[in-house]
Design a protein around this ligand. Structure first.
Ligand SMILES: Nc1ncnc2c1ncn2[C@@H]1O[C@H](COP(=O)(O)OP(=O)(O)OP(=O)(O)O)[C@@H](O)[C@H]1O
Length: 599
């Protein structure tokens, strides 16, 4: 993603402003309070000067004293309220951006997700959005308020003594030049640091996803080393960013100290020469002291904004990735829901990447409505890819796929997918309860008797009885409470509950024992009387009963026919059927029933 993604739309700065716009009201209110606090603080040295003059001349001093107390109170209250409003606004900005990104993530095209690391995408939603917190609120407000206070202090200092002011302005100009040189460095290192964190998240996510494989292979050390290396690189980048940020911070501190010393020296000389009153010098020094806050604020916000801009750049990159249009049809339920669908592949070819190997080549295939079609063939032949084209996870490079005579690209995507029940190879279970998982594809729920019938037919009823809270048992992160075979049956039940016109099953029996496999086979055979079923299959028992068998080899359709026809007419099919490639399920044993050749 780092290499491939381009910034197509807004610049990071425009993006930052865009994130803030919906929250402009509360941001302005917070800023106004902070500003009020700052202005009141600025007035304090003048009141102190009056107080000192009153004390030295013996005139009444209670008024300036109360005024000073009032100013302190107002600045404190305004500061606290302003800060609270800004923090709340910051959280709202982060929430809005996160929601937008999450919606975008789950709508991304499958092809995009083939090319980018999910861990990196996650770090953009979690880490990078957090960076926006300060950048879109306190940094902006600090920059504006700090600058106004700086200018205000300079104007008030000018009223006190022009010579001393010249000294201060010269020092501030040097500081500004230093900062101008540092800002691009801070921005670049911040971006790289955030990219490294994204890369680290990606590797870690992969390792955690395959934790059992990692452990079984004793590869913990190697994986830890790999993630450590990436964490080290992130640290290195972070350290570089911190280095430039601290240089900016130190430069600010030094500049203010320097100005303080010079003002003290020059001011002292001017007092001795009778050109300046002591109270004016003290007020001037107080302004200089108060200047430290705004100056640090401005520098801190400029450096903080760089991290925010880097985060905005990464967030915008994600926002630019192609997503699917999942607008639902107005009536919600397509009128032909449940009606069996026909599927046709017309001269379909597919390459995943330009110049890459062809995955499918000139596939012509017509699958009529209703009936069971089995896709068989050697591993890597393109069977799963054929199903993926029907679901429009990918579009063909050439040719077209039609459902009921209509190009799948012409269907509204949500309507197309509502017609289809799909069981993928890994049969994943999402977090939530078993009921949530079963009803994933049926937004309005299903009648209880239909649910009970499907549970019975997929042999899940006994599982539901065993679970402590029945259907409402939380099946946990990645369905850890369910076995592989149970997950597969949940996936099949989920697809059937939708009453689809077309059922796509990708090896739905690979993890089932003989009893469950037979039950599912009978269920599929029964469903195929009223639904079109397209099933990737490896077991002879399933294939034998199919209405038609499609033999896929090397991205082409090698032959189509019944078991008897293919057995008689195709040498590869005969070999598949007579060797272990199409094997009967094992009742006992830990080895997957697919043959070694296939694995
Ligand atoms: N996203 C992808 N990018 C590039 N190549 C891919 C991608 N997905 C699959 N392939 C390649 O496409 C070919 C066909 O894969 P596919 O999964 O369709 O085969 P299959 O016949 O279903 O195999 P199996 O029986 O092992 O599941 C394989 O060579 C695979 O490496």
């Amino acid at each position: 993603m780092r290499r491939t993604a381009r910034i197509l739309g807004r610049s990071p700065l425009t993006a930052l402003l865009g994130y803030v716009r919906p929250h402009a009201g509360s941001l302005l209110a917070g800023a106004a309070l902070m500003f009020l606090g700052g202005v009141v603080t600025l007035a304090q040295p003048l009141v102190v000067k009056h107080l000192l003059d009153a004390l030295t001349t013996g005139t009444p001093y209670t008024r300036p004293m109360f005024l000073l107390g009032g100013l302190l109170l107002v600045s404190a209250v305004a500061g606290v309220c302003g800060m609270y409003l800004l923090e709340c606004t910051a959280e709202s900005v982060v929430l809005t951006v996160r929601r937008r990104l999450i919606a975008q993530l789950l709508r991304l095209r499958v092809r995009v997700l083939d090319d980018v690391e999910p861990g990196d995408l996650l770090s953009r939603v979690t880490g990078d959005t957090t960076q926006l917190r300060a950048a879109t609120t306190s940094n902006v407000v600090d920059l504006v308020a700090g600058s106004i206070q700086l200018v205000g202090a300079v104007v008030l200092m000018a009223r006190l003594d022009g010579v001393l002011l010249t000294v201060v302005v010269l020092v501030l100009l040097v500081l500004g030049a230093v900062l101008l040189a540092l800002v691009p460095r801070i921005r670049d290192t911040s971006l790289r640091a955030q990219e490294e964190v994204g890369g680290m998240g990606a590797v870690l996510e992969r390792a955690l996803g395959a934790l059992r494989t990692v452990k079984a292979n004793g590869a913990e050390e190697r994986q830890v080393a790999a993630v450590h290396a990436l964490a080290g690189r992130a640290w290195q980048r972070g350290r570089q960013a911190a280095q430039w940020t601290s240089v900016a911070g130190i430069a600010t501190g030094l500049a203010v100290q320097l100005a303080f010393l010079v003002v003290l020296g020059v001011g002292g000389a001017r007092v001795a020469a009778g050109q300046l009153a002591v109270s004016s010098l003290i007020a001037f020094l107080l302004y200089l002291f108060y200047l430290t806050g705004p100056a640090t604020q401005v520098v801190g916000s400029v450096t903080g904004l760089q991290a925010g801009l880097a985060a905005a750049r990464r967030i915008e990159q994600l926002g630019q990735l192609p997503a699917e249009d999942l607008t639902r049809p107005a009536e919600g339920r397509a009128p032909d829901d449940g009606v069996p669908a026909s599927v046709t592949f017309h001269a379909v070819s597919l390459r995943h990447h330009p110049g890459g190997p062809p995955i499918l080549r000139d596939v012509d295939l017509r699958i009529p409505a209703t009936g069971l079609t089995a896709l068989v063939g050697p591993s890597g032949g393109g069977k799963t890819t054929l199903l993926a084209l029907v679901e429009r996870f990918y579009d063909p490079t050439r040719g077209r796929v039609e459902i009921d005579g209509r190009d799948v690209r012409d269907w509204p995507l949500a309507e197309l997918r509502a017609r289809i029940g799909y069981v993928e190879q890994d049969a994943p279970v999402l977090s939530g309860t078993l009921r949530d998982n079963l009803l994933l594809g049926t937004a309005g729920g299903v009648p209880e008797d239909w649910m009970a019938a499907v549970l019975e037919r997929t042999r899940l009823a006994s599982l539901v009885q065993r679970l402590p809270h029945g259907l409402d048992t939380v099946v946990g992160h990645r369905g850890a409470a369910l076995s592989g075979g149970e997950r597969q049956r949940v996936a099949v039940a989920r697809a059937i509950l939708r009453q689809p016109g077309l059922l796509l099953l990708d090896e739905p029996t690979s993890q089932l024992d003989a009893v469950n496999e037979q039950a599912l086979r009978e269920l599929v055979t029964a469903l195929a009387r009223t639904t079109t079923v397209l099933m990737v299959a490896h077991r002879l028992s399933t294939v034998i009963r199919a209405d038609r068998i499609v033999l896929v080899e090397g991205g082409r359709i090698r032959a189509v026919g019944t078991h008897a026809q293919l057995l008689a007419g195709d040498v590869l099919y005969r070999r598949l059927a007579t060797t272990q490639l199409l094997a009967e399920p094992l009742t006992v044993g830990v080895v997957d029933s697919r043959s070694m050749e296939q694995i």
